[in-house]
Design a protein around this ligand. Structure first.
Ligand code: SF4
Length: 392
C-alpha cells in the first residue's frame, strides 16, 4: 500500500502543521485532539495549509459528495506543495484502507498522501510524524482508543472555546443501519471509561467551560467499560453535579435507545439540555425496516410524545434521508406526514448515496437523482411551512 511504503521513507518533517476538518462534530472534536497531541509533541500550528509542512485532512465519508471533495483537495495539495507531508485521516482514510485491502480501490488517492490514518488511529498521528521511520504507528497502542489514557492526556491540553467543551464518550457504532458506513470505518462501539470522561469534563470546567457537549455516534448506548453498570443517564447526572457546569448537551441519540429512564433523567435535571437531536430518517415503516433502524413510525411518534409530556420546553430536531432504494412516492408522503405530526424544530435532509461496504450498497439505487432532489426540496419546503404556521 502506497502509504505504508512511504511510511518507511519519511524524512524529518517540517514542524508546522495545518488541519483541515470535514464533516461532523465528532471530526472537529477528533481534530482538536490531533492538534493538542501535536502541540504537546513540539509541533507548531500553521495559519494556513500553504504555510505548513504537514497538512492533515481529517475526513468524513458519510456521503459520496464528501469523498469527491476530499479527492480534489488531495490532488490540489500535492500539486501546490509536493514537499508537504500529507496525512489523510478519518473516515475517508479508513475507507481507502479497506478498499485497498479488498482490492476494490478505483481511485488514485494513494498517490497524494504520505500517511493514511483511520479514525480509530488518530491518536497515533503525533508519533507517526515524530519518528523518522514512522514505526511508532505500529508500536504505540493509543490509536485505537485502547489506551484511553492517551485520550485523556491529549485532552488535558485542550482549552474550552467560548465557554464550551466537547467530550467524546463513545466511539464507533454497533447498529449497522443499512445505508451507513460508520460501523465499518469507525469500528464497533466502545465507551470511554467513566472516570476519564468525568476527569476530562472537570478539567475543562476548571479551565472555564460552563457547557459540556457529550459526543458519540449513539450516546444513549453508553455503558462504562470498567464495570458495565454506569449508563448514559448516570453519566449525565454525575457530570451535572460538577460545580461550575451550567449546561450539558449531547449528540447523537438513537430513537431505539432513548428509554423511559433517560427521558426521566433529561426532563428532571435542569442542567441537561432539552434540545434533542433524534434522527428519524423516514416516516415509512417499509423504509425504516429496509434501513435497519430498529423502530417503527409508531415507536418514534410515541417517543416524541413521551419527551414532550415529560418536558414542556423540549425541542426536537432530526435527520431525513430521501431516495433510499425502493422509496416510492407513497413512502415519501409518509415522511412528509410524519413531519406534519411531529413538527420538528429543525431538520437536516440528505439525498441517499450508496456507501461502500454497507448492506444497502448491494441494492439498486433506483430513485432517480432528479426525484431525490425534488423530494429533498419538498421536505425543506414542508419544514418552512411548518415553522411559519407555528409562528402564526
Ligand atoms: S446509528 Fe446507524 S446511522 Fe448512526 S452511526 Fe450507527 S449505523 Fe450509522
Amino acid at each position: 500500500m502506497a502509504s505504508l511504503n512511504k511510511l518507511n521513507k519519511i524524512n524529518k518533517p517540517n514542524k508546522k502543521f495545518f488541519i483541515k476538518t470535514y464533516g461532523c462534530q465528532m471530526n472537529f472534536h477528533d481534530s482538536g485532539l490531533i492538534e493538542s497531541g501535536l502541540l504537546k509533541n513540539g509541533f507548531i500550528k500553521a495559519d494556513s495549509a500553504g504555510d505548513a509542512g504537514i497538512v492533515i485532512l481529517n475526513t468524513c465519508s458519510v456521503r459520496d459528495l464528501a469523498d469527491q471533495k476530499i479527492l480534489s483537495e488531495l490532488g490540489r495539495l500535492k500539486k501546490n506543495g509536493p514537499d508537504k507531508k500529507i496525512v489523510l485521516a478519518g473516515c475517508f482514510a479508513k475507507q481507502v484502507k479497506l478498499k485497498k485491502e479488498a482490492g476494490t480501490d478505483k481511485t488514485d488517492a494513494g498517490l497524494f498522501f504520505d500517511y493514511c490514518v483511520g479514525p480509530d488511529e488518530i491518536l497515533s498521528i503525533p508519533d507517526i510524524l515524530k519518528y523518522e521511520n514512522g514505526s511508532a504507528k505500529e508500536s504505540r497502542n493509543g490509536g485505537d482508543y485502547k489506551d484511553f489514557g492517551l485520550l485523556e492526556e491529549f485532552f488535558y491540553d485542550k482549552k474550552p472555546e467560548n465557554g464550551a467543551a466537547a467530550v467524546k464518550i463513545i466511539e464507533g457504532c454497533d447498529n449497522f443501519c443499512s445505508y451507513c458506513i460508520v460501523p465499518y470505518v469507525r469500528g464497533r462501539e466502545r465507551s470511554v471509561p467513566f472516570e476519564i470522561i468525568y476527569n476530562t469534563a472537570n478539567e475543562q470546567v476548571l479551565k472555564g467551560a460552563e457547557e459540556i457537549l457529550l459526543l458519540g455516534q449513539n450516546v444513549n448506548s453508553y455503558l462504562s467499560p470498567e464495570d458495565g453498570k454506569k449508563d448514559f443517564g448516570f453519566l449525565l447526572n454525575s457530570l451535572s453535579d460538577i460545580p461550575g457546569i451550567k449546561k450539558i448537551k449531547f449528540l447523537t441519540s438513537h430513537p431505539k435507545d432513548f428509554n423511559d429512564g433517560l427521558i426521566e433523567t433529561v426532563c428532571g435535571n435542569a442542567k441537561i439540555s432539552k434540545e434533542i437531536h433524534l434522527p428519524v430518517q423516514s416516516g415509512s415503516d417499509k423504509m425504516l425496516s429496509a434501513m435497519n433502524r430498529g423502530y417503527t413510525r409508531k415507536d418514534y411518534l410515541k417517543l416524541v410524545q413521551k419527551l414532550r409530556n415529560g418536558c414542556s420546553d423540549i425541542s426536537v430536531s432530526t435527520d431525513i434521508i430521501v431516495g433510499f432504494p425502493g422509496e416510492t412516492g407513497e413512502d415519501f408522503e409518509m415522511t412528509l406526514s410524519l413531519m406534519e405530526e411531529v413538527k420538528f424544530d429543525f431538520i437536516f435532509g440528505f439525498k441517499y448515496s450508496p456507501r461502500p461496504f454497507t448492506k444497502a450498497f448491494k441494492l439498486k439505487d433506483d430513485v432517480l437523482l432528479e426525484i431525490k432532489k425534488e423530494r429533498l426540496e419538498r421536505i425543506f419546503q414542508k419544514q418552512k411551512e411548518i415553522k411559519i404556521a407555528s409562528h402564526l
